[in-house]
Design a protein around this ligand. Structure first.
Ligand code: HEC
Length: 294
């Protein structure tokens, strides 16, 4: 039918031309739907969490403990925005410096902060060109913040975001009015590449004290409860965890109040059903006897 209008050779040519056009459209669609949004995601600057002083939200005994925070995924950073100082970065760096570093390194970076007295080796004096162990170049200071200095009070600041670490690098350099040396172009490029290529994942965090409690509970090896008693089945969700919880409550076998306080304090997630919180005193006695029988 179609060969009435075009010769077979012409038809073949038309079909291959059509295929090429379709191929281009498919590529353009791929680019538009996958590559462009990816690039846009990458170019989006992550919002900075404001620098705040220690707040007593968690554990009023230790207001510097981590507050509970959810896991965060931070997209890659555009190296242009962090490799050279800019006013916004410096302002953020100064706030962080005052909050974290000044206790040891001093407000002006002379290594004379209030916490410096008892330290050996002494915190670095950022106004002096001599004595830097890792060096004072951009990549050197970044390395110091990344790894810390072994055998000294200078710890690794890995929990700071990379952008914040770079902000601090610029602040440390700005405190010393000497030539910090030309950066090694290769090292600088590697650093820039690492910023641009991958985002950061900040895991869920819980206060240190809570983590220690959890760990010590998990390590107390208590035999799992065997919840065959129908009464226990109502209140015990996870027999192993419940047994560990019990192991952490001294004297619960003989004391309803101790049992009730110990169990409700660690709800939920301690192996007991949240419904235990509504038990009446008689119920607690029953529960205690049922648990003691196991
Ligand atoms: C607990 C005290 C303490 C705190 C807080 C502290 N440092 Fe240090 N820092 C030190 C000590 C001590 C040294 C010297 C280590 C040595 O000489 O071995 C040092 C050294 C350094 C050096 C020089 C490394 C080198 O090459 O010799 C840099 C840079 C530095 N600290 C940056 C910082 C920054 C930025 C912060 C804040 C995020 C900070 N420090 C917080 C104690 C501290």
């Amino acid at each position: 039918m179609i060969d009435r209008y075009v010769s077979p050779a012409e038809f073949k040519r038309l079909v291959s031309a059509l295929l090429v056009v379709l191929g281009f459209i498919a590529l353009a669609a791929l680019f538009g739907f996958i590559v462009v949004p990816g690039l846009r995601y990458q170019a989006q600057a992550a919002p900075d969490t404001p620098v705040q002083g220690a707040r007593g939200q968690t554990g009023w005994l230790d207001p510097t403990d981590f507050p509970v925070t959810r896991k965060q995924v931070i997209p890659p950073i555009d190296p242009k925005t962090v490799m050279t100082p800019n006013p916004e970065l410096l302002a953020r760096g100064k706030a962080l410096y005052a909050q974290i570093c000044a206790t040891c390194h001093g407000a002006e970076g002379k290594g004379d902060g209030p916490a410096a007295k008892g330290l050996n080796p002494k915190p670095r004096n950022f106004t002096e060109p001599a004595g830097w162990k890792n060096g004072a170049r951009l990549e050197d200071i970044y390395k110091t913040l990344d790894e810390g200095i072994k055998g000294s009070a200078m710890m690794a600041y890995k929990d700071l975001r990379r952008k914040d670490r770079m902000a601090l690098v610029h602040v440390v350099q700005s405190l010393g009015a000497f030539d910090h040396g030309p950066s090694d172009p290769q090292a600088q490029e590697a650093l820039a590449k690492s910023f641009a290529s991958a985002g950061e994942v900040i895991p869920n965090r819980i206060p240190v004290r809570e983590a220690i409690d959890k760990l010590s509970q998990e390590y107390q090896s208590a035999p799992a409860l065997t919840a065959t008693d129908p009464f226990l089945r109502d209140y015990v969700l996870d027999a192993r965890k419940a047994a560990q919880t019990l192991a952490g409550i001294p004297g619960w076998e003989a004391n309803d109040e101790a049992l009730a306080a110990g169990i409700t304090a660690t709800l939920p997630g301690n192996g007991f059903a949240p419904a235990v919180a509504t038990c009446t005193p008689t119920r607690w006695t029953q529960l205690r006897l049922a648990l003691a029988r196991k």
